[in-house]
Structures are given as C-alpha cells and as structure tokens.
Design a protein around this ligand. Structure first.
Ligand code: ADP
Ligand code: ZN
Length: 611
C-alpha cells in the first residue's frame, strides 16, 4: 500500500474563539475595577487612629484585618479613599473607638473578588472540557479520521486516491488477461456513464475478485481506477470493525456518501470476508458489529441510484465463507477469479518488475519463470527485489541469473544454515536425498530432477527438487503412483544402505499418506473400494490449507479407506525398494557425489547417471 496523503485534521475554530472571548471579558472586567473605583491611599494604623479621633473619617469597611475607608466630605483628604491594615488583636478596642467617633461601620465577608470567584468556579469545568476535547482529538488523529464531528469515530477511514498518471496502469499488470478483459466494460462505463444510461443498460454494482494472496487484486483495482480516471476509495474490511457496535455501519455510510459525491468513482473493499462472513453463525454479541456493517454495505448497494456511477470492487481469498446475500443480483453478482500465474505469465511479471533494474546478459527470465511454479505475482516481485539485493551486496552493477536463482532458493527454502552436521548425519542425508533423486530419475512418469542439495536450509536438512516441464493441471494415476514412490525413495534408500530408517522421513511419510488418501478417497483410485469421491484432505483453493470438513462417510467406509491407503503405500514402498536395489550402483555414486559437492544441478545429475 503506498502512503496516502490525509488532509490534516482541521483545527476546530470554535474552541479558539471561546478562549479569546473569555480572555477579553476577564481583561475588560479587570480594567473596569481599576478605573471606576477611586484611587486609595495606604496609611499607617496610627495615622488612621488619629484621623478617627480627629473625626475626619466618615465610613469604614472592615474586611478581615484590612480596613477601607472614606474621609468626611468636609475633610481636606475627601478626594481620596484610604486603606489600612489593622493588627489582629486590636479589633475590640477599634470598634469602641470607631463608635465613639461616629464612624459608619460596614463589615464585608473576607471574599475573593468577583473575577477570582468566576475562575475558581469555572476552572474545573474548563479543565474537564479541555480534557474532553483533547482526548477526542487524540482519538481522531490516532484513528486517521478526516476531521468530522466531536467524535470522529464514525467517519469513514477509506483512503481516497485521485486518478494519477503515475499510479499503476494495465500495462503494469502482466497476465490476468481475462480479468482485464472483464474490467474493460467497467472502465468504459465509469468513463462515460451517460452512454450506458441512454441505452437503459445497467452496470454491475459490485464485482468480487477472488484469488490467493498476492495475485494482484489490489493492483488490479487500482489500475482499473487509473484507467477509468476516476477517484478510488480503498478500505480493508477489517477497518470497519472497531470496539463499538454501530461504528462500522456508519463508516460504511460515510464512505458511500463520499463516493456518491464524486461519482463516477470506484470503491475497493479488501478482505471483504472479514465483514462478509455468513451471518448469524456466531453466538453472543461479538458478531453484531460485523452483521450491522455487512447489512449496511448491502443496504448501500441496494440503494444505489442507477444514475450514480459508483462501482464497488471487493477482494477476498475466502469466497467459501462469504454470506450468500452478498452475491445476490444487484450486489456482488459478478465474480472474477485471479489464478496464480502460469509460466508465461510469470515470465511477464518478472519482466514488468525488472523493467527498471539493470539485468546482466546471462539473465533468462523465462528460465526463472520455469523454476518458480506456484509463485504469486507478489512472490515474483519480491524475487526480483531479493535478486537486486544480492547483486548490491556483491557490489555489482547488474543482476545475474545466479542472483535470481539463489534468491529463489532463499524464498522457497529459507537461508542456508551455517551449522555443520557431523559426518555420519551428513552421510545419512546424502543417502536419503540420493534415494529420492534416483527414484525420480528412473521412474518413467516422474518430473525431471532439477537439483539435489544437502545444504541445510530452514527446517530442511536436504532437498531434492523436481520441476515439471510444463505447469500441470491434471494429474494421472501413473504420475501419482510415481510421486508416491519418490516420496518414499529417501526412506527406502536409508533402509537399503543403513539397514534401518530415521526420523528424517517424517515429512515424506505425511505427504505420501495425504496423497494416498486423496488418490483413494477423492479420486477413486483405490483397487478394492472403487470409484468413490469424498472431500478428503481437500485443500482450500486459495490458501493451500486443509479445510475442516465434516466427515461424509460411514465408519465402515472410513475403515475401508484406511485399509486401501495402507495397501497403496506398502505397494509403493516395495516397488521403490526394488527400483533402488536395481540401481544400487547409481545410488552409491550419487551419494558420493553429493558428499563431495553438496549441491548437484540437473546437468551434473544427467552426466553422472547417464540416460
Ligand atoms: P492481493 O491484493 O491479491 O493480495 P496485490 O495486488 O497487493 O495482491 O499484489 C501485491 C504486489 O504483487 C503488487 O503490488 C505487484 O507488485 C505484484 N503483482 C501481483 N500480481 C501481479 C501481476 N499480475 N503483474 C504484476 N505485478 C503483480
Ligand atoms: Zn525426504
């Protein structure tokens, strides 16, 4: 996600006005106090007593031990008031004296002046208010809300992008031809909605893009907005969900309103599955927020005026969990699946991403595409970057083929580990890998061996890599049986050479067993059980993870399945042992070569094993 420019949260002008007005009022009041009252003379207590005894004083105001007083009009000092501080212990005597001299006595409670009382009364409230303002501001800015009311929670957090000439265009997207084709009409509509209105044609309001992570869903949405030259609102489904119920719904409302204002526009909701899961499945209140948000999205889409050219694109890699209500006509009724790129598309993606990187003469992007099956667009972009890093680390000015290949190994298997294995462990690993390789090499339906290595990387102590000549879409039984043998090849070779097996084959066995269950239970390849197909060990189409499906068969069938799989694996093991015994010479020489060289490439393997 590129950085987005947010309008700075506008300073609330009201609060500043209030402050200024309050200060002015206080200032004015203070000045009044100073100018309206007569100037007061400070005199000493003795002088005061004397003046009282002289009968010059008309009136005194007692305020604690401070005395304010006025002279009689006839006195020479009549223009002035005076102020005196009396000693505390003098009070009783003073009153007598004042009375005796006929002075008018007023007593004032010892109070703060009016303005001080005002401050004392209001200050706590002011502080509380200020705190309130401050926290709401802080919340707003933390949540990236763009201004808005006192509590900016409810304003949409969608990032808005104006159409740019520098942003991604369709030419920056390799492969995905059919998806681009599908979007062509949408682009045309957004560019010229009137044309479609005149024809009375309705455009789809929502399009759902499904695909594995990194297949270019976001990229495609952005490029579509740029091609159509319309504003683009991007938000992730999870951003709607906050801790307060109802916030998500009002954010949705806000986002759609914003988009309507600038229509034609494109809204992109990433990870729609985080709000669009099947409703009413969870217990308790935790789902209320999500449901309300989803309902709001649906309501907004239903409420689109056909006059408003706003198209909503949503992306997900979990179409299986989406609420069917999302897919009803008038909502996300168009679906576009983005597949992982095939070899040709991979080469094109590499091409796109290495446009601005200096490539050495020997680089063959097509070759790299061939050795990266299963890589997504994002993986390939990352690969180019890793390769560039490799070249930079070696202070070279161009990227070589080997940079790409070692970057690929790093991406797939992790960085090589530097800890040394002891010689007997090393020999066992060499034997194990040679076993996989020999089985693959001499099985007629197996993928060619690309590379063998006993350099430990990540979790793996060694690896044997096979690559299909072409991307495979349909697997036949012969191929699968050979695949089972190859998986068991490492373990069988250990058995032959050392007479026993080790824990190193655990992962191979797991894979072989899974494959066995699929062959028997899913693809009907079991000899005795016959053509049956259950969703056993089925993987999520975009996540590659196994789904937890309820079992759809009886205990008895389960038992039969187990039996069949066991048989299948045992037969595969026997076949592999036979094959490895026939090629024990090859096994030995490959083992030695591996101990010497650690890594063998395809050509070296062919040279060693003949054929
Ligand atoms: P998704 O949203 O599907 O998870 P993105 O659109 O975020 O994937 O893709 C991530 C990055 O992968 C893109 O920014 C782009 O660099 C790269 N990429 C993915 N697919 C392609 C493609 N078909 N062509 C070129 N680059 C791609
Ligand atoms: Zn193995």
């Amino acid at each position: 996600m590129p950085d987005t420019t947010q309008p700075p949260a506008a300073k609330d002008p009201n609060s500043q006005h209030w402050l200024t007005i309050a200060l002015l009022l206080f200032g004015f009041y203070y000045l009044m106090q100073v100018f309206v009252s007569k100037p007061a003379q400070v005199i000493s207590y003795s002088e005061f007593l004397q003046q009282v005894n002289n009968a010059a004083i008309a009136e005194v105001v007692l305020k604690g031990n401070e005395i304010h007083g006025r002279y009689r009009k006839s006195d020479a000092n009549a223009n002035f008031d005076f102020r005196v501080i009396a000693p505390n212990f003098e009070n009783a005597r003073l009153l007598d004296i004042l009375e005796a001299n006929d002075v008018n006595i007023k007593v004032q409670a010892d109070e703060l002046p009016f303005w001080a009382r005002m401050i004392a009364g209001f200050l706590p409230w002011l502080l509380i208010l200020a705190f309130f303002f401050w926290t709401s501001r802080a919340l707003q800015s933390r949540m990236g809300a763009s201004g808005g009311g006192l509590m900016g929670f409810s304003s949409s957090r969608a990032r808005r992008f104006e159409p740019t000439t520098s942003g991604p265009r369709y030419e920056d997207i390799a492969g995905l031809e059919s998806a681009k084709q599908d979007f062509q009409e949408i682009i045309d509509y957004l560019k010229n909605p009137q044309k479609y209105r005149d024809m009375g044609a309705h455009m789809p309001k929502g399009i759902l893009m499904m695909g594995a992570p990194g297949t270019g869903k976001t990229l495609l949405a952005k490029a579509t907005a740029n091609e159509a030259e319309v504003p683009f609102f991007s938000v992730s489904g999870s951003e709607f969900i906050e801790m307060f119920v109802g916030v998500g719904a009002s954010r949705v409302r806000d986002m759609f309103n914003q988009a309507r204002k600038v229509a034609p526009a494109l809204i992109f909701i990433d990870e729609i599955d985080s709000v669009g899961r099947v409703r009413g499945t969870g217990l308790g209140g935790g789902n209320d927020e999500r449901e309300q948000t989803l309902n709001q999205i649906l309501a907004e889409m239903d409420g689109f005026d056909p006059e408003e050219a706003v198209v909503v694109l949503a992306a997900t890699n979990r179409p299986d969990v989406l609420d069917p209500a999302l897919m009803r006509p008038g909502r996300f009724d168009r679906k576009i699946t983005l597949e992982l790129p095939q070899r040709k598309a991979r080469a094109e993606i590499l091409q796109v991403h290495s446009r601005h990187t200096p490539l050495a003469e020997d680089v063959q992007l097509d070759q790299i595409a061939a050795v990266t099956p299963g890589f997504s667009g994002a993986d390939l972009a990352n690969l180019v970057n890793e390769a560039a890093l490799n070249a930079t680390r070696d202070n070279r000015t161009s990227i070589r083929q080997e940079d790409f290949l070692s970057a690929r190994d790093k991406v797939i298997m992790g960085t090589p580990r530097t800890d040394l294995l002891n010689p007997s462990e090393r020999k066992r690993i060499a034997c194990h890998e040679a076993g996989h390789a020999i089985t693959a090499y001499f099985s007629s339906h197996s993928d060619p061996v690309q590379k063998i290595s006993i350099v430990p990387r990540g979790q793996a102590l060694g690896m044997t890599e096979q690559l299909p000549e072409e991307d495979r879409h349909n697997l036949n039984e012969d191929y699968l049986l050979d695949r089972l043998s190859v998986l068991l090849g490492g373990r069988c070779a250990e058995k032959l050479v050392f007479g026993n097996v080790s824990t190193g084959a655990a992962d191979d066995l797991k894979q072989a067993t899974r494959l066995g269950y699929k062959m028997v239970g899913q693809w009907g390849m079991g000899k005795n059980i016959g053509p049956i197909g259950y969703s056993i060990a089925e993987e999520h189409p975009f996540l590659g993870r196994e789904l937890a499906e309820p079992k759809e068969f009886s205990e008895q069938t389960a038992h039969l399945l187990d039996e069949e799989v066991r048989l299948l694996l045992r037969e595969a093991e026997q076949k592999t042992i036979r094959l490895l015994s026939e090629h024990s010479q090859h096994l030995q020489s490959l083992l030695q070569a591996l101990l010497e060289k650690e890594t063998l490439q395809h050509d070296e393997i062919v040279a060693l094993l003949g054929h």
